[in-house]
Design a protein around this ligand. Structure first.
Ligand code: HEM
Length: 341
């Protein structure tokens, strides 16, 4: 549907933002609700719009969440986020209620059903699982999967297209690699990534140079601890500066340069770097990491296989600076997507 939507632009300028957000949100809908929507469905369009608005008004590092007094500094943002939040919760709750009414443990359809099954099991156990696996945490979990999973993958894909538009010679190398490995007779598949090291290196470099969660997700210390000689009392908010790591000149040569080759060895094979942590690290590493990698890889390779992405004109080159928020997004931009033969 994403490629068809882009093709319908017939070479006219198009902003790929909503098309990509639709595709990503629909994947989250299939996983969480077991249901896909037609992109023109008004309920679905409203969901995509409020997710976008909510995430983009929360502020850098989620400031409204971890510095509650900031709501007085940005009262407009706070009001807007709250009203979208309640609408969003009602939407999710409706799906949860519907699943509860039709639940059949012999036919688990999606994450909501899996959770309902665990709730049933937890009730009969002697441990404390039922204290945190209950209907309120079910709604919160379903909501969080949308909040964490939609704008992140969408924004990564938007940065990827913007960089391809601004670096046509790198785009051509990606297309050449895809054409050699996949050919023109079929579309790329997830398994192809093992034979597409340059394409993978481009995606890793995009995730480094344009880290979409520059301050990760805020955490709270659950007990008194020390880290690198600093005392961290229980209850302290801890925010990881992933942006600083991804732009540290002691770690990356010329960090402000877009150089996919830094993720390739002398033989052209992919070479991961442990300092690249767009999904964070440790026990609380992104829960959707594997799904996100598939989404970003497949959207990117499908688009590169199907189109050449160009800017409207040199005079109208979009800004690469980005807009800071809980998610670091590109400013809106338009592309010309020309069909490849
Ligand atoms: C390119 C896309 C994505 C990026 C860059 C990303 C990045 C992150 C980061 C940095 C965290 C914070 C980890 C921490 O607390 O230290 C996180 C958490 C999380 N992400 Fe993602 N994410 C992406 C896509 C997704 C998707 C598609 C889903 C699910 C549908 C998802 C679900 C979650 C969840 C549930 C958490 C919270 C995990 C926890 O607190 O234990 N993410 N993500």
């Amino acid at each position: 549907m994403l490629v068809d939507g882009m093709r319908d632009s017939n070479g006219e300028p198009l902003d790929p933002h909503i098309m990509i957000a639709n595709a990503v949100s629909n994947i989250t809908c299939s996983v969480v609700f077991g249901k896909r929507y037609d992109h023109s469905d008004p309920e679905f369009q409203r969901l995509v719009l409020i997710l976008d608005k909510m995430v983009n008004k929360i502020g850098s590092g989620g400031i409204i969440i971890f510095l509650p007094f900031s709501k007085h500094m940005f009262p407009g943002n706070y009001k807007e986020v709250s009203s979208h939040f309640f609408e969003f919760r009602t939407f999710i709750q409706r799906h949860v209620d519907e699943h509860q009414r039709n639940f059949n443990r012999e036919n688990i359809r999606d994450i909501i059903d899996l959770f309902l099954n665990e709730m049933e099991l937890a009730k009969n156990e002697t441990n404390d699982r039922a204290d945190y696996i209950h209907s309120k945490s079910l709604t919160a979990t379903a909501m969080f999967l949308f909040l964490a999973g939609t704008e992140t993958s969408t924004t990564t894909s938007r940065w990827a297209l913007l960089y391809m538009m601004m670096y046509p010679e790198i785009q051509a190398k990606v297309q050449q690699e895809i054409d050699t490995v996949v050919g023109r007779m079929r579309m790329p598949q997830w398994a192809d990534r093992l034979l597409l090291p340059y394409t993978e290196a481009v995606l890793l470099e995009i995730q480094r140079i344009r880290t979409v969660l520059p301050l990760g997700v805020p955490h709270v210390a659950s007990e008194d601890t020390t880290l690198a000689g600093y005392d961290i009392p229980k209850g302290t908010y801890v925010v990881a500066n992933v942006w600083a790591l991804h732009n540290d000149p002691d770690v990356w040569a010329e960090p402000d340069q877009f150089k996919p080759e830094r993720f390739l060895d002398e033989d052209g094979k992919l070479s991961y770097r442990e300092e690249l942590i767009p999904f964070s690290t440790g026990h609380r590493v992104c829960l959707g990491m594997n799904l996100a990698k598939m989404e970003v890889f497949l959207f990117f390779t499908y688009i590169m296989h199907s189109f050449t992405i160009r800017k409207l004109s040199d005079a109208k080159a979009p800004s690469m600076k980005g807009i800071a928020g809980v998610i670091f997004t590109p400013a809106p931009y338009e592309v010309i997507a020309t069909n490849r033969k």
